[in-house]
Ligand binder design. Structure first.
Ligand SMILES: NC(=O)c1ccc[n+]([C@@H]2O[C@H](COP(=O)([O-])OP(=O)(O)OC[C@H]3O[C@@H](n4cnc5c(N)ncnc54)[C@H](OP(=O)(O)O)[C@@H]3O)[C@@H](O)[C@H]2O)c1
Length: 249
């Protein structure tokens, strides 16, 4: 799929991986809309990019989602690419009495349910384009859960499952919408500070891998260590969990 001259919506595009993806698309002559909860962050990010607008919207709120969908239908009716990138994570260990229900609820709402809702609401518009895409940002931990982010891992596994069945269903329906899953390993962003993110790869690498995957129609994007992990360990879940968590827990 061609990456030039697209209209691209990126949730959580004001920082980290989403911002780097926005940078690459906007450089390619695409029109980009970034969203998030902090207007100051979005304004600052959009000012650094070409052809980029922003819209303040919390993906967990139904009302914000409806306003965003209206804005896109009205001002960006040529939307070709939806990138579900906004994410939420809590770092803790199970058994610490850390308030698992509240933490898991926030993660599952942001990382899975909100993605399903926004995707459903924008699919009619995406389906009108000759060539369109949905990108869901999951994680290496969608393949095997990490001790330090247990319920976040579960939420990304839910999103991976949803992404796979969405791809299969749209394909069967003969839809023009292709479904990509971007699966980063540890990335050095604000998001991963609590879990040693400074040892992670740069968000620029993740963004470039996604653009390359678009060009080569590679729908599962195994970034960096995720590729080795997928090949070497995914043969057995127990092996995979042990490998990912070596020395932890
Ligand atoms: N960093 C890693 O190691 C890593 C690894 C694998 C996968 N990922 C995934 O990559 C994605 C991007 O993360 P990142 O590392 O780039 O982190 P980041 O720099 O913290 O970016 C996350 C963005 O999401 C926005 N956001 C958070 N909650 C939101 C909500 N409820 N509604 C709308 N926007 C929201 C944030 O903006 P506001 O706070 O202004 O809303 C922020 O701009 C996430 O889905 C994450 O799970 C990250």
């Amino acid at each position: 799929m061609n990456t030039a001259n697209k209209t691209v919506l990126i949730t959580g595009g004001g920082s980290g991986i989403g911002f780097e993806i926005a940078k690459l698309f906007s450089r390619n002559g695409s029109r980009v809309i970034i969203t998030g909860r902090s207007e100051a962050r979005l304004k600052d990010a959009a000012a650094k990019l070409q052809n980029t607008g922003y819209f303040v919207a919390d993906v967990t709120k139904a009302e914000d989602t409806d306003k965003l969908v209206n804005h896109i239908n009205t001002s960006y009716p040529t939307l070709d690419v939806l990138i579900n990138n906004a994410g939420s994570a809590s770092a803790y260990n199970l058994g610490e009495n850390a308030g698992i229900f509240e933490k898991a609820s926030e993660e599952i709402l942001t990382n899975y349910l909100a993605v399903a809702r926004l995707t459903e609401k924008l699919l009619p518009l995406l389906n009108k384009q000759v060539e369109a895409a949905v990108v869901n940002v999951t994680s290496i931990v969608a393949l095997a859960p990490a001790f330090t982010i247990p319920t976040y891992s579960a939420s990304k596994a839910a999103l991976r499952s949803f992404t796979q069945i969405l791809r299969f269903t749209l394909d069967k329906q003969g839809s023009s919408v292709k479904v990509f899953e971007l699966m980063p390993p540890l990335v050095n962003t604000d998001f991963s500070k609590e879990i040693g993110g400074e040892n992670g790869i740069a968000p620029e690498v993740v963004a470039q891998d996604l653009l390359n995957a678009f060009e080569s129609n590679t729908y599962e994007v195994h970034v960096g260590q995720t590729a080795d992990f997928y090949k070497g360990f995914y043969a057995g879940t127990e092996q995979a969990v042990a490998a990912l968590n070596q020395g932890r827990g």
